[in-house]
Design a protein around this ligand. Structure first.
Ligand SMILES: O=C(O)CCC(=O)c1ccccc1C(=O)O
Ligand SMILES: [Mg+2]
Length: 325
């Protein structure tokens, strides 16, 4: 299913650039987003597995980058994709400036349940969002218990859906049975078999699929084909190179998805290239070539990424499932 042929590691390392993108707002505990970018015969690919991920996990991300650089995007069925603005767990008075980076956007995804966040903070943040955009979804990243989730959902008003309110599939199903708000699964879908478990458990209405952690554009499209849930394609805090793969995937789905979580480029102070901005909450498909504007990682961090690519590449070459079709 969408497995990629693995090129020699030198084909990756010969063009490797390691960037360190400063973020405007801390997100997922990250203030500087590092990634290794490389060029292949079909364009640029990104390897940006979060630094705490082990090599076996990171192999899926490298396979996704190799697919982009060596196979290129799947055939597009449309040339633009609706996106949500992503609102980190900020104070309510910071919300307007964040939304202003996506003029005309009509859907926002708001982070909730972060350490130190109270329900009052969340209600205020969401009210500030609702003053600007009509459709609001929230993402708890699995951090609520079932009872906290039910209490919060009742307090937060009309939501399009709640993404990953709790950590486990069983808890998602329990929350879903107790509320009328739709539930989305994100972290519960990191393996090919996960969407089917989510569906079987009645745990979600929406599947959030991310190209890099799931091993590439074609793998995501194959997963989407197997499940009868609404599909939202989201970023893994990708640079503009990874975002272009997310857009290409959303543009290749048989039906246009609801607003996708691909607006995270605006969380960076600088990205790896100038890219067309979102207009009216829509991003156009694009080819991204890093243009040298992004800050490069310090030498010791570059060395760390290159050693990581060597190890992870060796796993793929040794038959890691991300390398198989
Ligand atoms: O979905 C979005 O709006 C942006 C993507 C996003 O939130 C995200 C980005 C990196 C890591 C985790 C997540 C997440 O959905 O939890
Ligand atoms: Mg999420």
């Amino acid at each position: 299913m969408g497995g990629v042929n693995i090129p020699p590691v030198e084909a990756i390392l010969d063009t490797a650039v390691v960037v360190a993108l400063p973020m405007r707002q801390r997100f997922r505990g990250i203030t500087v987003r590092e990634a290794l970018l490389f060029e292949g015969p079909r364009g640029w690919g990104e390897f940006g597995a979060f630094t705490e991920y082990d090599d076996a996990e990171a192999a899926w991300w490298l396979a996704a980058g190799i697919e982009a650089a060596h196979q290129g995007p799947p055939a597009a069925l449309r040339d633009e994709v609706a996106i949500n603005a992503t609102v980190p767990a900020v104070a309510a008075d910071e919300v307007a400036a964040i939304l202003a980076r996506h003029p005309g956007v009509t859907t926002a995804k708001v982070k909730v349940a972060e350490p130190g966040d109270t329900l009052d903070d969340e209600v205020a943040r969401i009210e500030a969002v609702r003053a600007v955009v009509p459709t609001v979804r929230v993402d708890a990243n699995g951090k609520w218990s079932v009872s906290q989730a039910i209490t919060a959902i009742r307090a937060l008003g009309e939501l399009e859906y709640v993404e990953q309110p709790c950590a486990s599939i069983e808890e998602l199903a329990a929350v879903r049975a107790a509320v009328t708000t739709r539930i989305a699964a994100d972290e519960s879908i990191r393996r090919a078999e996960d969407p089917l478990r989510v569906v079987r458990a009645g745990a979600a209405d929406v599947a959030v699929l991310k190209v890099a952690p799931l091993g590439g554009m074609r793998r995501v499209l194959a997963l989407a084909e197997q499940i009868d849930l609404d599909i939202v394609i989201s970023s893994a805090l990708d640079t503009a190179v990874g975002i272009s793969a997310g857009i290409a995937t959303a543009a290749a789905l048989p039906t246009a998805p609801p607003a996708c979580g691909l607006g995270t480029g605006s969380l960076f102070e600088v990205d790896v290239a100038a890219t067309p901005p979102s207009v009216g909450g829509v991003l156009a498909t694009r080819t991204v070539v890093p243009d040298g504007r992004a800050p490069l990682a310090a030498q010791h961090r570059r060395d760390w990424w290159i050693y990581r690519v060597r190890r992870v590449h060796a796993l793929l070459a040794d038959g890691h499932p991300a390398a198989r079709s």
